[in-house]
Design a protein around this ligand. Structure first.
Ligand SMILES: O=C(O)CCC(=O)C(=O)O
Length: 289
């Protein structure tokens, strides 16, 4: 059964900040409105490098096989090896600080849920509006339990016409069965290098691309350390590939335990030892705390 959404209050907008805004203020806006834009957080050099690394992979990626994925949208996963510059976005200190403050406090760690470049081709219709935390088998999380924070970085300018991500502000506190119309969503318009953050409970979707250029967004999502990841990070990258990554990224991938005893190897060793050897690893206490 679905329920009709409440009207969106006149004057509602997606809050926006600049790159100097403190993490606690960004987190406050995210928790209050379900979404927030941070403008120009990635510099032009990072965007240029990332775009150059990604271009051949996007060309090799087939378009989606259903309307939700987008028949003219190319989704390229496993970005950390295909486009190593993506590590700067995945482990961006301000974003990680905001994610840590925003996710439900009952956590020892949080982890990477997925990385995906989403290239929406000219003429693509809008994607169905949805909530990202539906991936957990539609479990009806209590409204004050935020298990996921999603981000989409603009690698091209996001305008309504180019297919900017559409967000329904304040939709994160309504029940999962409440459905919104396209007209109730707003485009997250933002210049290249900006990022829109939204909660797993926030209704959103890819916009229609009515322009003649491809819209490229870098989707990086984070979840509590005790939930399953959407993109299987252990099968996406080999151990040697992970060894070459920055330590913060290794931990985000899941090579640190997700709570006092989640994800250990060999009867009780930290997976960080698999990467670094016993002497450089860390001993882990597996006693309930
Ligand atoms: O590409 C976008 O702007 C949003 C995509 C999205 O929400 C999804 O595929 O889950």
């Amino acid at each position: 059964m679905t329920t009709v959404a409440p009207d969106i209050a006149p004057g509602t907008s997606i809050p926006r900040c600049d790159r100097d805004t403190p993490a606690d203020e960004i987190s406050r806006l995210l928790a209050e409105h379900g979404a927030v834009i941070v403008e120009r957080l990635a510099d032009a050099d990072t965007c240029d490098r990332l775009a150059a690394e990604l271009a051949p992979w996007i060309d090799l990626t087939p378009p989606g096989g259903d309307a939700f994925s987008g028949f003219t949208t190319r989704r390229t996963g496993g970005l950390l090896t295909k486009a190593p510059s993506s590590a700067a976005l995945v482990a961006h200190p301000l974003v990680l600080d905001v994610v840590d403050r925003t996710l439900w406090p009952k956590k020892t760690t949080f982890q990477l849920h997925l990385t995906q470049s989403i290239a929406i081709g000219p003429g693509s219709p809008a994607q169905m509006l949805h909530r990202d935390h539906w991936c957990f088998d539609f479990f009806p999380f209590p409204r004050d339990v935020d298990v996921e924070v999603s981000t989409i970085w603009a690698l091209t300018d996001f305008t309504e016409a180019s297919g900017a991500t559409r967000v329904v502000p304040d939709s994160h506190r309504t029940a999962d069965d409440v459905r919104y119309t396209f007209e109730q969503s707003l485009p997250a318009e933002m210049p290249r290098g900006s990022v829109v953050l939204y909660l797993g409970s926030t209704v959103h979707g890819g916009g229609a691309n009515d322009s003649d250029a491809t819209r490229i967004g870098i989707n990086v999502d984070y979840v509590l350390g005790w939930l399953r990841q959407e993109e299987n990070q252990y099968l996406t990258y080999s151990l040697d590939e992970v060894r070459a990554m920055p330590e913060r990224v290794q931990r985000l991938l899941g090579y640190e335990v997700g709570a006092y005893a989640l994800g250990y190897v060999d009867g009780g060793r930290s997976p960080m030892e698999l990467l670094h050897g016993d002497d450089q690893g860390e001993s882990q206490s597996f006693a309930p705390r």
